[in-house]
Design a protein around this ligand. Structure first.
Ligand SMILES: Cc1cc2nc3c(=O)[nH]c(=O)nc-3n(C[C@H](O)[C@H](O)[C@H](O)COP(=O)(O)OP(=O)(O)OC[C@H]3O[C@@H](n4cnc5c(N)ncnc54)[C@H](O)[C@@H]3O)c2cc1C
Length: 418
């Protein structure tokens, strides 16, 4: 039984169906709704670069024939009974459970964020509704202070707010109002990104594009009436329009499932085998896991190859010998038809060179080829990733071929808030 029919749930169900062979296992996917949103496309909606309707497809159609789709909200998991209770009062038994219910946005956890001004002066592009509302707010914005902020880590695709800042610079230049817009990127981290090398590179790009970078800012309150972000240590950042990435947590049903999750609602998981720490017959894929990898679709994709092998081993009583190395791969849109690519894992920082080999896409360097890669990813998502197919030459273990040494260190400019 697979809980969640998003990126990870769909691809693991399809991979297992193929690996185990039709008819040899009963595979059921449970999800609360039948609308699968291509989340990386949300970044483009506020800038009029993606049609919201084109980002959504029916979930059940992404599953191979023979996989059952059950549309129902999950109420709780009973680990003692190997059963899942649904909100309609029925229950389903399982032999093996895969938790793929992702992460939840919890704006109400930050004082004022979802209060007055929410969806008027304060927006998020991390949901389809939010991205659509932000599109019309941005089109009316002709000048003033635009702040892009992350409340705290972990978040899905931690580079997406940076991409938003780069695209905002491009958007306002195209509209010839850039000189009237003050752009500020606000982060709780001590640099633009979590990984020092990429952080230096991305911090340099923010500075080159005239985007202020405010680091170590832990947002405690958002005042959407007077237009202020207020940190726990009393600093303030004024804004006319704020684009926020709310706090993320696991799903609420996890709290109602004794022994399954941690205090944030994420599932304690072995970072290599992807087996939960709660029970040997419970596995985890994607954003729901507490592992030290990025919360990204690319991670769910690389995990899928490992997890399908380990679940097959579990079913046949063999040792779980496939190990996930934390491989993450992100295209970072930088505006003006260019993008940058980073590739890393648990042990290796993003390196320069090419991916997936000597003749591949340039790493840590802006290029039109990477932008084309980012756009092509949308097609690959529906036609290769979700159906559980392999991308030629792009496998789960992070490749070393084509990679060079770290780039020389350079200064990063940051600005402290008042
Ligand atoms: C703006 C944005 C940009 C992004 N850009 C990129 C990118 O460029 N590259 C990249 O690799 N990743 C990107 N991501 C991240 C990527 O989309 C996620 O990491 C990925 O979708 C995680 O997959 P998942 O299966 O863990 O969760 P999801 O795909 O979110 O699926 C979780 C599923 O669980 C279901 N569910 C939850 N709770 C319940 C319940 N109680 N009952 C029933 N069903 C439930 C949900 O309905 C959902 O279908 C981006 C994300 C966002 C928001």
């Amino acid at each position: 039984m697979v809980l969640g029919g998003g990126t990870g749930g769909t691809l693991i169900a399809n991979r297992l169906w193929r690996l185990l062979g039709p008819g040899s296992a009963e595979i059921v996917v449970v999800d609360a709704d039948d609308e699968h949103v291509y989340q990386p496309g949300l970044l483009f909606v506020p800038f009029g670069l993606a049609d919201p309707a084109g980002l959504t497809r029916p979930r059940h159609r992404q599953l191979r024939p023979g996989i059952a789709f059950r549309r129902a909200a999950i109420d709780r998991v009973d680990l003692e009974q190997d059963a899942v209770w649904l909100a309609d009062g029925t229950s389903l038994d399982y032999d093996v459970l895969v938790v793929a219910t992702g992460a939840r946005l919890i704006p109400e956890e930050t004082e004022g964020l979802a209060g007055p001004g929410w969806m008027e002066k304060v927006f998020t592009f991390y949901s389809l509704d939010g991205a659509v509302a932000l599109r019309s707010a941005l089109s009316r914005f002709d000048g003033g202070r635009l702040v892009v902020g992350m409340v705290d880590m972990p978040v899905k695709c931690p580079v997406a707010p940076l991409e938003f800042s780069f695209l905002a610079d491009w958007y306002f230049r195209r509209r010839k109002v850039r000189d009237r817009v003050e752009l500020t990127f606000v982060t709780p981290l001590d640099g633009a990104f979590t990984k020092p090398v990429a952080s230096r590179e991305l911090g340099g790009l923010l500075s080159a594009k005239g985007v202020n970078l405010v680091t170590e800012f832990n947002t405690g309150e958002v005042d959407g009436q007077t237009g202020r972000l207020i940190s726990y240590d009393g600093r303030e950042i004024p804004f006319d329009l704020a684009v926020m990435v709310p706090l993320h947590g696991g799903q609420a049903y996890v709290d109602r499932s004794p022994g399954l999750g941690d205090e944030l609602g994420f599932i304690p998981t072995d970072e290599q085998t992807l087996q939960s720490k709660a029970r040997p017959n419970v596995f985890v894929i994607g954003d729901a896991a507490d592992i030290p990898a990025s919360k990204a679709g690319s991670v769910a994709h690389f995990e899928g190859e490992i997890l399908a092998r380990n679940i097959t081993s579990y079913l046949t009583g063999e040792p779980l010998d496939a190990a996930f190395d934390g491989h993450t791969n992100c295209f970072i849109e930088t505006g003006f038809g260019k993008a940058l690519l980073i590739d890393f894992n648990y042990d290796t920082e993003p390196l320069t060179g090419r991916f997936p080999g000597r003749l591949g896409l340039p790493l840590l360097r802006q290029s039109r080829l990477n932008h084309a890669g980012k756009l092509a990813f949308g097609w690959l998502y529906w036609h290769v990733l979700l159906p559980g197919r392999e991308i030629p030459a792009v496998r789960s273990p992070m490749p070393a071929a084509g990679k060079c040494a770290l780039p020389a260190p350079g200064p990063v400019q940051t600005r402290k808030a008042r």
